[in-house]
Design a protein around this ligand. Structure first.
Ligand code: AMP
Length: 286
């Protein structure tokens, strides 16, 4: 049986989170020590470990069937690949930054300036779209030091927390692109066998992601307050209500989205719930 080959980043920011996602999806690898091509021992996939900027090409050329890579690389490389699913991790943005002591007067400031970047294609497209004529200077690493050493007036680079910019006395002035890890596929149709494996993988990723931003909540509620508590619960369908040894009380179980957790929890408490337990959910099949 031919294995679905997934190109993944061999090191760097995306590596850890990609491995974590695959592991949560139940995919175990044969070798702990990383070699270039590693098959799984319990799922019909093999991982091809590459540099991130080689991943779009490997998928477009069919060397790998699918890949997990930053959207920034997909946009920069402009290969013939399709985005199958955004994965929600390694979020960052591609931004223009200038020395912080310079007053920024708007995009026109970049006219006739020199901008250092490792993303010339995305930058060129952005500048053209906005009618700015600047000199793009391509460097592959440590872009943030370019203005400090007189190599450029500004930079166009990846920003995550922004601390790299701060420590190089730079200020972010324009966000051009928001990026995150994405799952990509080539334009060629996969064999039925491989498509089935990809569908199963996507099903598992969906379950991991759905669980990730939800919590399982249990609480004790006096029976006469039950309707009031249920009315503030935005559960999946309807909450589970179980009897307790004390006939005047019951136990209510439900699932909450993490983002509305604090708002809801206060409402539940004021409605009369006690002994509220909050548990992580490992997988969730909707
Ligand atoms: P930060 O100091 O957190 O803003 O991170 C900035 C540096 O980390 C950039 O120069 C990037 O090289 C790198 N970086 C941050 N996030 C990512 C990401 N999602 N993918 C690749 N590189 C990143």
């Amino acid at each position: 049986m031919s294995l679905l080959r997934i190109a993944v980043q061999s090191k760097g920011r995306l590596y850890d989170e990609t491995m974590e996602l695959l592991s949560e999806a139940g995919i175990k690898l044969t070798a702990v020590k990383r070699t270039l091509l590693v098959p799984s021992r319990n799922f019909p996939v093999e991982l091809l470990f590459l540099r991130d900027d080689d991943i779009p090409d490997s998928v477009a050329s069919g060397t790998a069937d699918i890949g997990i890579v930053g959207l920034n690389e997909v946009m920069e490389k402009q290969r013939n690949v399709e985005i199958v699913r955004p994965l929600g991790f390694s979020r960052c943005r591609l931004s223009l930054a200038i020395p912080k002591n310079i007053e920024y007067t708007g995009l026109a400031w970049f006219n006739n300036r020199k901008i250092a970047t490792s993303y010339p294609v995305i930058l060129d497209e952005f500048l053209k779209k906005n009618g700015i004529k600047a000199d793009i200077h391509v460097i592959t690493g440590s872009v943030e030091i370019a203005p400090g050493i007189g190599l450029a007036d500004a930079i166009f680079d990846i920003v995550s927390s922004g601390s790299t910019l701060v420590s190089n006395n730079l200020a972010e002035v324009e966000t051009v692109v928001k990026s995150e890890a994405v799952l990509i596929a080539g334009s060629k149709k996969l064999s039925a066998e491989k498509q089935e494996v990809l569908d199963e993988l996507l099903f598992r990723i969906e379950a991991v992601k759905a669980a990730g931003d939800r919590k399982y909540i249990l609480m004790n509620v006096p029976k006469d307050k039950l309707d009031e508590v249920i009315s503030v619960l935005p559960g999946i369908k309807s909450p589970t209500v179980l009897p307790l040894a004390d006939p005047n009380w019951c136990s209510v179980h439900t699932v909450l989205e993490e983002k509305c957790f604090w708002e809801i929890i206060n409402k539940i408490k004021s409605a009369g719930a006690e002994g509220i337990l909050v548990l992580d959910i490992e997988k969730m099949v909707l």
